[in-house]
Design a protein around this ligand. Structure first.
Ligand code: SAM
Ligand code: SF4
Ligand code: SF4
Length: 345
């Protein structure tokens, strides 16, 4: 079996059909959200009658930690908690505490930020290493049009401040750019976060899920984002922090920080993709665009041993051949796909 129980031993890593090791585990802890972002959980689909998962369907913290421990023994170094809105999961700080205690892992969390003023300190105390906050506009009217739940920008900015005050820095701020919706906010966002110590990252709008009505002409290529910023605040390319880093880094020439771009559509990075996702109800997805998951919950609840679960995980990763973004066409997005709020963004 191509695995290692020693996290420091890279010689026998679990690898997939394309030679990629499993390094990052993204765990979705809830499929619910207090926002209804138009590109993620459009209200027309995720309305009052939407059948969100029942509590009993969710993996318990004990189940999540058991799976995470097996992944860590097989090479995972980063765990990201996501959702849905992960801060809606009750006592999520207790989960973070247990995950942060696993050997050699960094635990991070992605959130819309509005619950951070209440929770940032608890999360930091639990051992969370860093936080990523999503914010798509600085203008209230545009932001409310996107989140479709009447949350003002000030609530998210207060969340970012709370994260900073709790020592969860630098905060990464993710902005999904959609042409004609918020692309005219690129410069305002850059200006706001320049010199703040936070790292703003622009994300190409992706064709995840099946409900957002994605169109290629609504994607603003990262190259264009950088050109627009460069025209106002000159930037230069920076070295990646590590091989396989998803965000491409650009530093302000005046030394006042950096921005990042994540070009999932125009410059696919599948060849170095080391991520696996664990859904809220315990299915493993080897790609954000996977159509089928591999169930771990049933074996878990039917008494599988750690060795049985490890064997399942090995089989799943070793059969992995995904490279959706490299082969995406205008038509592939009509395929049946799993929603991002369920699989974990
Ligand atoms: N609710 C949390 C949040 O919004 O940060 C965590 C889950 S959310 C699904 C994770 C990330 O996915 C967010 O930064 C969000 O902007 C991004 N996202 C959602 N739908 C997307 C899409 N269609 N294209 C690109 N990014 C998307
Ligand atoms: Fe909720 Fe995050 Fe999706 Fe927005 S992007 S609807 S905040 S899960
Ligand atoms: Fe990884 Fe799939 Fe995204 Fe490619 S499309 S980078 S394989 S998650």
């Amino acid at each position: 079996m191509a695995s290692s129980s020693n996290p420091a031993d890279d010689s026998a890593l679990l690898t997939d059909l394309r030679g990629r090791a499993v390094r990052d585990l993204r765990i979705s802890v809830t499929d619910r959200c207090n926002f209804r972002c138009v590109y993620c959980m459009p209200r027309a689909v995720f309305g009052k009658d939407y059948p969100f998962l029942a509590r009993s369907a969710l993996l318990s913290f004990e189940e999540i930690v058991r799976i995470a421990r097996i992944f860590v023994a097989n090479g995972v170094r980063k765990i990201r908690i996501t959702g849905g809105e992960p801060l809606l999961r009750r006592n999520v700080d207790q989960l973070i505490k247990a995950l942060a205690a696993l050997p050699g892992v960094e635990v991070t969390l992605t959130t819309n930020g509005v619950l951070l003023p209440r929770m940032a300190q608890k999360l930091a105390d639990a051992g969370l290493h860093r936080v990523t906050v999503s914010l798509d506009a600085l203008d209230d009217a545009i932001f409310k049009q996107i989140n479709d739940a009447d949350f003002p920008v000030a609530d998210v900015l207060a969340g970012i401040q709370a994260a900073q005050d709790a020592g969860l820095q630098p905060v990464k701020v993710n902005m999904v750019v959609k042409r004609g919706v918020n692309d005219h906010q690129i410069i305002d966002m850059a200006r706001h976060f320049k010199g703040s110590g936070h790292i703003l990252r622009f994300i190409e709008y992706m064709d995840v899920g099946a409900s957002n009505g994605w169109r290629l002409d609504e994607v603003v290529p990262s190259r264009e984002v950088i050109d627009r910023i460069h025209a106002v605040f000159p930037v230069e390319s920076s070295e990646p922090n590590y091989t396989g880093e998803v965000a491409e880094r650009w530093g302000y020439q005046d030394g006042s920080g950096e921005v990042g771009v994540i070009s999932s559509v125009t410059q696919a990075f599948c060849s170095t993709c080391t991520r696996i996702r664990l859904s809220t109800e315990g299915k493993l997805y080897t790609c954000l665009f996977a159509t089928e998951g591999h169930d771990l919950r049933a074996p878990l609840r039917e008494g599988a041993s750690d060795a049985d679960l490890a064997a399942l995980i090995h089989r799943t990763w070793q059969a992995r051949d995904d490279r959706y973004s490299e082969i995406r066409t205008e038509n592939t997005h009509s395929l049946k796909r799993i929603e991002m709020s369920y699989i974990g963004g």
